[in-house]
Write a protein that binds this ligand. Sequence first.
Ligand SMILES: C[S@@+](CC[C@H](N)C(=O)[O-])C[C@H]1O[C@@H](n2cnc3c(N)ncnc32)[C@H](O)[C@@H]1O
Length: 369
Amino acid sequence: MSELKEPKPQYDGSVVQPRLLVTETERELQNLLKVKSRAARKVTQPLATTVDPIAWVTDGEHSRKTLKLFDDVSQVYELLLARMEFLSLGHDLSLLRRRAAYFEEVDGEKSDHFFLSAIRGKGQIGHSNQYLTHWFYPYKGKYHGQMIKALINFMGIGEGGLVLDPFVGSGTTLVECATLGIPSIGIDINPALCIVSQIKVDSLGIAYPDLQRELAKIKPLDIFHYFSQKPEISKKWFLGFNQLNQDANLLLAQAWEQQFSDGFVKELPDTWRNLLFLCYLHALSDHTYLQSTNKAMPFEQFFLRDLNEYLDTLSGTHRVLIDRHLQICPPKVLFGTALELPVPSESIDGIITSPPYRNTMWKVLPFVS
Ligand SMILES: C[S@@+](CC[C@H](N)C(=O)[O-])C[C@H]1O[C@@H](n2cnc3c(N)ncnc32)[C@H](O)[C@@H]1O
């Protein structure tokens, strides 16, 4: 296999280039963790007993008494991101508690991120990187929400700012901005991913008790059969996608109009029926991807399992958003191309994205400007 090469930056000198903060302490930390052989790894003490991560992250300003990182934060890049978000928000501990991605406790109180990541649901089994609707639809090229949240914090963008992700994929950046109350725009050349992004952010705003009441009247298998009547998306649907800069909501409306026959699912409010559609697509992906493995199951069983897990996520998220007074800021999702961005110049406060590099490793690393 040929060696990985970092792509050469394309920007000119007038653009501020993203730079991680490399300090002597960080080098020491990296050396400390750079243990190659398995035997050596075994004898290395856990990080927590060799250095105090909080002292490092905060340059000695705080100790474990006032700040606590999540227990699963152990990689050097995570500590760096925690340090970066502390640099940006640490002057105001209540702001840090509300926005931080890597801190479990701030000044003796649990952070908002603690409550969000405590929810169990789709893809959520207790890791601080598993929260919100990030695990709806298994898109392999996405990056980590937690990392993106810390980078947004580091960029210092607040509720009055505007964030752009010109290669938005499955909407990770938008889900984070929406929950932090920051306006955002996402653009992608793949209409299916525009739809996935739109549904993932819209689902955050679903009033779960209302949805639950409605679903109690419907058999989940009837929902499955409703979508199964349309096993293939016809070519006609894709003809609607030849016009750039269309809002993903319009694509969705068009899909429902052209592809789905009337019936009880079509009659549901848009965000509900779109959520059920995404769940069906998720089950379809699981079913096809896992069919020759020992995790294979009938399609409808995947649907029932995924639906339960989606609803768990929505129920928990709805509760936490209310309890923590978090307001969702709806983003704009556009089917378009990064080569002709439909945004006025000087209108964007920060760009955060992962471009479509051929090699997977670069695909999942974010670029920040
Ligand atoms: C690595 S993925 C982004 C994943 C995203 N960060 C996420 O978390 O889901 C790169 C995306 O760039 C999109 N893309 C490729 N060429 C594009 C172009 N010219 N304009 C806009 N999007 C493009 C692809 O469709 C793909 O969704």
